[in-house]
Design a protein around this ligand. Structure first.
Ligand code: C5P
Length: 285
């Protein structure tokens, strides 16, 4: 039996625009995505000689074919004609679920990278990302990571300059959002404020954290905030304690801010923790 370890990093959306509904029911998106150091850990036991299994240290996570990590392993083995002769996927979960942080996709991406490493890297990272599109919309980005412009359902990717050094504070409120319902809701709305992707790219190119902060924009943020005013409370706290930019990530409900120093992040964390136990400090990776 071989054991492979692989980190599974969470993502945040620095920008997120919904461009329109497609004939297949999905929506075309345009989003600058960033991996952060908040992570799950994946361990693959390959060649156990036992039926496939998935073990997770957190309750409430599916431990069968419904889990994207399992689905990713199945898709990889089918596509590559491999039989691991028994596979156990262990997930140590830290990324909150239903947060817009891509936790399930990150786990799936780590499984793809881990299996590909085990078999001697037969697929390039971009080919692996393409395979990831069959697992879920955010999986291609999670396979590659870093700072990327993602388009389509997320499968068309272009590398951007690395995010300038900073610290993220990420907060997951108790409520959760249904992603399909949110897409439905945005179809009924006039989007008043959309991301300026050119401005975001030039801010990244200049390595200018303040300008990156000024250009954060997620079209889902006002839609969710309208129904959950506590997000405004969290954002005002971020603002008052020196954040250079803040917003909801993906379809929520997690919100994040960026600050220049760890000490500022620690203070924000301390202020929020009594009401929000799920608060995390992370770096871009
Ligand atoms: O990709 P994921 O499984 O997170 O998507 C959940 C749901 O969100 C989809 O079933 C679809 O209704 C909606 N969605 C969409 N367009 C996308 C991504 C998701 O309409 N690009």
């Amino acid at each position: 039996m071989t054991t492979i370890y692989e980190p599974a990093y969470a993502k945040v959306n620095l920008t997120l625009d919904v461009l329109g509904k497609r004939p297949d029911g999905y929506h075309d998106l345009k989003s600058v995505m960033q991996t952060i150091s908040l992570r799950d850990d994946i361990r693959l036991d390959i060649g156990t000689g036992e039926p496939w299994a998935l073990l997770c240290d957190k309750e409430g996570i599916p431990t069968d074919q419904r889990n994207l990590a399992w689905k990713a392993a199945q898709i990889y083995c089918d596509a590559m004609g491999k039989d691991p002769e028994g596979l156990t996927i262990h997930i140590t979960k830290r990324i909150p679920s239903q947060a817009g942080l891509g936790g399930g996709s990150a786990d799936a991406a780590a499984v793809l990278r881990g299996l590909n490493r085990h078999y001697g890297e037969p697929l390039s990272i971009m080919a692996l990302a393409e395979l990831g599109a069959q697992v879920g919309s955010d999986v291609p980005f999670c396979v590659v990571g870093g700072t990327m412009m993602c388009e389509g359902r997320g499968e068309r990717m272009r590398k951007l300059p690395d995010m300038p050094d900073c610290v993220f504070v990420v907060v997951k409120p108790a409520f959760s959002i249904s992603t399909p319902e949110l897409f439905q809701a945005i179809d009924q709305k006039q989007i008043a404020h959309r991301p300026d992707h050119q401005a975001m790219e030039s801010a990244l190119l200049a390595g200018d954290l303040s300008r990156v902060g000024q250009n954060l924009c997620n079209v889902f943020d006002p839609v969710v905030t309208e129904d959950h005013l506590e997000l405004n409370y969290i954002k005002s706290l971020f603002y008052n304690y020196g954040s250079v930019g803040h917003q909801m990530t993906g379809s929520g409900s997690a919100v994040y801010c960026m600050v220049s120093e760890f000490e500022i992040a620690a203070v924000i964390c301390q202020m929020l923790r009594p009401n929000y136990p799920q608060v995390f400090i992370a770096k871009p990776v």
